[in-house]
Design a protein around this ligand. Structure first.
Ligand SMILES: Cc1cc2nc3c(=O)[nH]c(=O)nc-3n(C[C@H](O)[C@H](O)[C@H](O)COP(=O)(O)O)c2cc1C
Length: 369
């Protein structure tokens, strides 16, 4: 019996299997509002066979977007546009598919170009905006100088997280994921690489974690307890002076104590000069440490490509769920193919049933890999 296709509860929400579509920025929104691109993207992924689809990093305030094309949930127009896309995706999703939204703030990595425009800081003629960070240290040479977060910034951004979470709840999302990784604002505040403050929000781990944890608590309290709340955290910063896996374990425990239901353990992104050598499953050991050390439901992510690899991660107990990003873009029917390979049943759409291997021997020809 496949463990990958066994059900799993993240707090109040039961997933039909352990497969999750990882959040993926599309850099294609109009002032934070989704459009037809997101419609096709999420409708397609809603049929992937994953138990849960996580909507891309969604900015809680306009200045919290990474690029001009990033999705937001800071206005009524954003909410309306997202509602249209979510309803359409739900309309075609395999029965039982859950939807989660990742909410975040880009901090000092905001005001940048879309990856295909270069990915650098927005130039003066491209409508850049002021950025904020734990300390006034740019992401890299030539990047915008962020303003050090003031008490007022913290209050405003904290409220923006709560407002965005309330909008997500109103739209009917099953789960909300706080973005606490990849060098964006909450990670920037938690990491000693970027937080050099000497006040009550810098120095010790307790001080650095305090504000992000207060946001997690506030979001948890702001939405009904039928909604699962979790976070994407960093397994480590890949540098001796950065966050280590012990910090991730401590964060997992703190988030659990704050009432959160799950974490996804990623890594990297705090500074562009820190290079990581990646290989299949390279972040799984971080997820395993967090799961074992904190007891919170844990998702592994990062170069998980094959059904066999995903099955092993779950069957070995290293993580409770796996998330796939590029694998799902490459093959938006990844879950169907994994089910076929592992001998599991999923609620295949009857309209497409004729592509199943048992019905159509040509499947082997169409998918030789
Ligand atoms: C196109 C693309 C967009 C991404 N956008 C996000 C995002 O919005 N939020 C996030 O936390 N990670 C984002 N990521 C990272 C993925 O969620 C994932 O952690 C990473 O790609 C590793 O998983 P993979 O090897 O399965 O692709 C993105 C990755 C890709 C490829």
């Amino acid at each position: 019996m496949s463990q990958l296709f066994s059900p799993f509860a993240i707090g109040p929400v039961t997933l039909a299997n352990r497969i999750v579509v990882a959040p993926m920025c599309q850099y294609s929104a109009d002032d934070g509002s989704m459009n037809d691109w997101h419609l096709q993207h999420l409708m397609s992924l809603a049929m992937s066979g994953a138990a849960m689809v996580v909507v891309e990093a969604t900015a809680v305030e306009r200045h919290g977007r990474i690029t001009h094309g990033c999705v937001g949930l800071y206005s009524d127009s954003n909410e309306l546009a997202l509602g249209r896309v979510l309803a359409a995706a739900r309309g075609v999703a395999l029965p039982g598919t859950k939807f989660c939204i990742q909410i975040g703030h880009a901090g000092r990595k905001a005001s940048s170009e879309r990856p295909w425009e270069g990915g650098g800081p927005l130039k003066d003629n491209a409508d850049p905006w002021p950025t904020v960070a734990a300390s006034a240290i740019p992401f890299d040479e030539g990047w915008h100088m962020p303003r050090e977060l003031t008490g007022q910034d913290k209050m405003r951004i904290g409220c923006a997280f709560v407002d965005a979470a309330r909008r997500a709840a109103r739209l009917g999302f099953d789960a909300i994921e706080l973005h606490m990784a990849h060098g964006y604002l909450l990670h920037n505040v938690m990491s000693p690489v970027s937080n050099k403050r000497t006040d009550a929000f810098g120095g010790s781990r307790e001080n650095r974690f305090a504000w992000p944890l207060s946001i997690a608590e506030a979001v948890r309290k702001a939405v009904p307890d039928t909604i699962a709340v979790g976070a994407r955290i960093t397994g480590q910063d890949w540098t001796d002076d950065g966050l280590q896996v012990e910090d991730a374990v401590a964060l997992g425990a703190e988030l659990k104590a704050a009432g959160l239901d799950f974490v996804c353990v990623s890594s990297g992104g705090i500074h562009p000069k820190i290079r990581i050598s990646v290989k299949p499953g390279y972040q799984v050991p971080f997820a395993e440490a967090v799961k074992q050390g904190s007891g919170i439901a844990t998702r592994a992510v990062g170069m998980i490509g094959t059904a066999k690899q995903a099955e092993e991660i779950i069957a070995s107990g290293a993580a409770d769920m796996v998330a796939l990003a590029r694998g799902m873009l490459d093959d938006p029917r990844w879950g169907w193919h994994a089910a076929e390979e592992l001998g599991a049943d999923i609620p295949f759409p009857p309209q497409y049933a004729r592509v199943a291997k048992k019905v159509w021997p040509g499947a082997a020809l169409a998918r030789p890999r």
